[in-house]
Design a protein around this ligand. Structure first.
Ligand code: PRX
Length: 647
């Protein structure tokens, strides 16, 4: 084998998998008895209030049901059940933007969750099944609010704090939420920023479902206050009881919704279950991060993304570890911030996105060397393909060539990791997600289910249901079937298609090759081109547009728009970018800004009027055009656009 890095076994004590043989044995066990093996983990890991009757119900596929008849509560699984042994252990270690820290023990967390659950119930009338939108910065109250919802059985829908009022409004309306939990704002790079005004704007129209807004005063900046609707978290929280009986939830009751972009129109409310989700969150925490009770683990994601849900809050707490929550940004006050925190808290596992690694590499190549990072055992990456130079720096400079890198492949829809190295077992190849985890049947196939040759690209499908999979799209079962079970079949049966391409090498290692649909991955965040195009179209001067991803040094992919003007000389390129970005910022948020545009006379269309995005993608990437252009209405347009883009 070439370019393979073996795990340093001496840094692991009792890992879940100590060798590839152990990995293969479990894969085989799942092969022989899929349901029985899942059941054995459900029995071992979950603190059931009452046990399930069936393991997997496939009778209404693809609406699979796991552990039907079982009762449990995720807040109990993450907090209460640990109290007998871990009451004084830090559950959440919060570091503020200014470097101050707060240690919240499991005992204290239990009290805060109960008081918040009482507050939601008594002051805002939240009960089982109600939707609560959380629009929060990275502060402990965000995690506490999630767990309080879980304790009541309310369904939370977290909206990332970088989304605009329009995006927030759409998500509130789609979920018909009753309550918004937010903050006046928080701190970033030493300065206050605001969130509450965005909520106020979102609620101006169409959100009659919202009865109350619960506001954490974090930065104490001036905000407007709507009497009768807005309430102060701290005041409401103060006099609540410290006891709250956890709602016994059915295994299949929804735990949360999380909106994500698809290749068409509006975002989809991905709905996750209770038992299957928390089981896999905990198992992958133990398998992939080798997390032990005494470990301090840090995932730098925001709780507004699935990574923050599964691997800042639910997974680490279910596994009984100490999870770090960080308000600030990795480059403030300098590009050594993360490494300083690793040294200060003796962090054992560090999990971040390739975008952050590229940025830290570029801005602070030598920073890791200034700190004692010897506590680290595992370095994780997620969200997008990592490029070999960033991987090498991460491995050598951050990990001192001693840590295992886990390149974890998964999605909002999968709930937890699907393909990833096991840190003490898997010989890793740089920038490669390696193998499917035991219990996950990942196959690279053609759309009809036929095999793809070794080294060739194919569609990445998960061909058996797994416990933490998406259950449906909120209020849209049809879109759920169409989006995930409409494209690929295996043995004539629809199977889950991830939307990603992948290939396998001769040793069975899986490399993710990226999205095959019209979704762009900007800094590890999924943005549908259709959503961006709908906004760009609002720009007065624009007659038509097509948006694609273009390689970007830091973000991985940036947003590139081809625009056709109504009047070619009406506006300069610079002014047009400003106009477009103003609209995108208002409609979606700052994460969706265009990096560059090309003003073109037309976009390549088939005779039936379909825009050939693949050609535009190739041009943006500077690739040679290999697609057949003879079916285009005007094949000569390709050369014209190529010349414009090349400048
Ligand atoms: O394209 C894949 C990419 O991110 C997408 C999922 O995005 P999202 O639902 O926002 O979740 C991100 C965090 C789990 C996937 O369809 N992706 C995720 N992890 C990897 C990846 N691409 C390459 N390598 C990965 N490790």
């Amino acid at each position: 084998m070439s370019n393979v890095f073996n795990p340093k076994s001496e840094i692991f004590k009792n890992p879940a998998f100590g060798s590839m043989e152990e990995y293969k044995n479990l894969v085989e066990k799942f092969d022989t008895d899929y349901e029985g093996t899942w059941a054995s983990f459900a029995d071992e890991k979950i603190d059931w209030f009452s046990k399930y009757d069936t393991v997997l119900d496939e009778s209404n596929a693809p609406f699979y049901k796991w552990f039907e008849g079982g009762k449990l509560n995720v807040a109990n699984q993450c907090v209460d059940r640990h109290l007998a042994t871990k009451s004084n252990q830090t559950a959440i270690l919060f570091e503020a933007d200014n470097g101050e820290s707060e240690h919240i023990t499991y005992g204290e967390l239990a009290i805060r969750v109960n008081k918040t659950a009482n507050m939601f119930k008594n002051e805002y009338g939240i009960s089982k099944g109600d939707r609560v939108v959380i629009y929060m910065p990275m502060i402990p109250q965000a995690a506490v609010s999630m767990l309080a919802c879980a304790k009541i059985g309310a369904i939370h829908s977290i909206v990332f704090g970088g989304f605009s009022s329009e995006a927030l409004r759409d998500r509130i309306i789609d979920a018909q939420a009753k309550l918004v939990v937010t903050a006046d704002g928080a701190y970033r790079k030493g300065k206050p920023y605001m969130l509450k005004p965005v909520v106020d704007k979102a609620l101006e129209s169409g959100c009659e479902c919202i009865k109350n807004v619960c506001v954490v005063k974090r930065n104490n900046e001036d905000i407007t206050w709507v009497e009768g609707r807005d309430t102060d978290y701290a005041t409401m929280f103060e006099n609540q009881s410290e006891e709250f009986a956890a709602e016994p939830m059915d295994s299949e009751d929804p735990l949360f919704l999380l909106y994500t972009s698809g290749s068409t129109g509006k975002p989809k409310g991905v709905q996750h279950s209770t038992a299957g989700y928390i089981l896999w969150a905990q198992m992958t925490m133990e398998w992939v991060f080798d997390v032990k009770s005494e470990d301090t683990y840090w995932c730098t994601a925001d709780i507004g993304w699935i990574t923050g849900h599964t691997y800042i809050v639910y997974g680490p707490l279910a596994a009984g570890a100490t999870t770090v929550m960080f308000e600030g940004v990795p480059t403030y006050p300098d590009a050594g911030r993360c490494w300083k925190m690793v040294e200060k808290y003796k962090i054992n596992q560090f999990y971040t996105a390739p975008t952050a690694i590229r940025l830290l590499h570029k801005m602070g190549e030598d920073e890791p060397g200034k700190y004692d990072l010897s506590s680290l055992r595992i370095l994780g990456t997620v969200g997008e393909p990592i490029d070999p130079p960033a991987w090498k720096w991460y491995y050598e400079e951050v990990g001192n060539s001693n840590c295992s890198i886990v390149d974890t492949y998964w999605q909002t829809e999968t709930g937890g990791h699907m393909i990833s190295p096991l840190p003490a077992a898997t010989p890793i190849k740089p920038a490669c997600a390696t193998f499917a985890l035991p219990g996950i049947v990942a196959e690279i196939i053609e759309a009809d289910g036929s095999a793809v040759q070794t080294g060739e690209k194919g569609f990445l499908c998960i061909t058996k249901p797994w416990p933490s999979m998406i259950r449906t799209i909120w209020n849209d079962d049809e879109r759920f079937i169409k989006s995930y079970f409409g494209d690929c079949k295996k043995d004539g049966k629809p199977v889950y298609f991830s939307g990603d391409g992948a290939m396998m090498d001769e040793e069975g290692y899986i490399t993710i090759t990226g999205r095959t649909d019209d979704v762009i991955n900007v800094s590890g965040h999924r943005i549908g081109t259709a959503e961006i195009e709908a906004s760009v179209k609002k720009c007065e001067a624009i007659a038509a547009n097509a948006v694609v991803g273009k390689p970007h040094e830091i973000k991985g992919e940036g947003i590139f728009a081809y625009v056709v003007l109504k009047d070619p000389d009406s506006i300069s390129k610079e002014d047009l970018i400003k106009e477009i970005n103003k609209i995108l910022k208002a409609d979606i948020g700052a994460i969706a800004l265009c990096d560059d545009i090309a003003i073109v006379p037309d976009v390549p269309k088939t005779r039936s009027g379909k825009i050939m995005r693949r050609i535009l993608r190739s041009i943006a990437k500077g690739e040679e055009i290999t697609q057949d252009t003879s079916t285009l209405e005007d094949p000569s347009i390709v050369g014209v656009i190529e010349n414009i883009v090349k400048g």
